[in-house]
Design a protein around this ligand. Structure first.
Ligand code: MN
Length: 251
């Protein structure tokens, strides 16, 4: 008699920042853990702890890591001087997420970075950031288009590298395409891509919209848009979360 393999729902660590307006609070959009639940994961919210030992204990409970959106990473983290365009810098969060991301990179634990999360991933792996797109890349599109549009509304297309892990995830249940419309709610972007990563999506202006480690059986991926705000209306984004959860289950 064939035995059905029981797949336990994987625990997904979800990072968050301090509420910078209320010093005794942390802040996280519910959409992140709702998307994790929808895709079959168990969310575990990770506070921005700067002490390594309890953070490592929480990390050890997780089969995967979700790096969420938020304010700007302090520029000294990637050895660049502050160009006076940073907002909502949260050094405790920077530190906690850098620890978590480097642990995940070391052991190739599945990781999905969203918006600030792709930037955290790139910086943790040795890359750099454009601190402010409008002032550093004046020819770029308005990537903050969603500040005037409803947040789930599409702002610009991205070109997706066909053989990428990203493309396999997004188009698992639909015809493969190299174009997709995404939302956009960022004023920073990746400048120098971290060693070991490749670009898997770009906006028409050349701004990097996704990076990944292209190794077999590895799911370490960052996107500059907000897929959690496009779930469940956009099946591609549901599939992106499902691919992440499946990668966590396989470990
Ligand atoms: Mn964008």
């Amino acid at each position: 008699m064939a035995t059905q393999t029981t797949r336990t729902a994987p625990v997904i660590g979800i990072t968050m920042g301090n509420d910078l307006e209320k010093a005794d609070r942390v802040a996280l959009s519910k959409l992140y853990y709702q998307a994790v639940l929808l895709a079959g994961g168990i969310p575990l919210l990770l506070p921005p702890l700067t002490e390594k030992s309890p953070l490592r204990a929480l990390y050890s409970l997780c089969s995967g890591l979700l790096l969420t959106g938020g304010g700007d990473i302090a520029s000294d983290v990637y050895q660049t001087s502050d160009r006076s365009k940073l907002s909502y810098v949260d050094r405790q969060r920077d530190q906690a997420e850098l620890f978590l991301t480097r642990w995940a990179l070391d052991e190739r634990k599945p990781l999905l970075g969203i918006c600030r999360g792709i930037q955290t991933l790139n910086v943790a792996a040795g890359g750099t950031l454009i601190q402010d797109i409008p002032s550093e890349v004046p020819s770029a599109l308005d990537h903050r288009a969603s500040s005037t549009l409803p947040v789930d509304q599409m702002a610009h297309p991205v070109t997706i590298k066909p053989a990428s892990i990203l493309a396999q995830a997004l188009f698992k249940n639909s015809p493969l395409s190299d174009q997709l419309l995404v939302n956009s709610y960022h004023h920073q972007a990746i400048a120098r891509v971290a060693p070991g990563f490749s670009v898997s999506a770009q906006a028409p202006d050349g701004i990097i919209e996704a990076i990944e480690i292209s190794e077999e059986s590895v799911f370490i991926l960052g996107v500059q848009w907000h897929p959690e705000r496009m779930v469940p209306q956009d099946e591609h984004m549901v599939q992106l979360f499902r691919a992440f959860i499946h990668a966590c289950q396989r470990r």
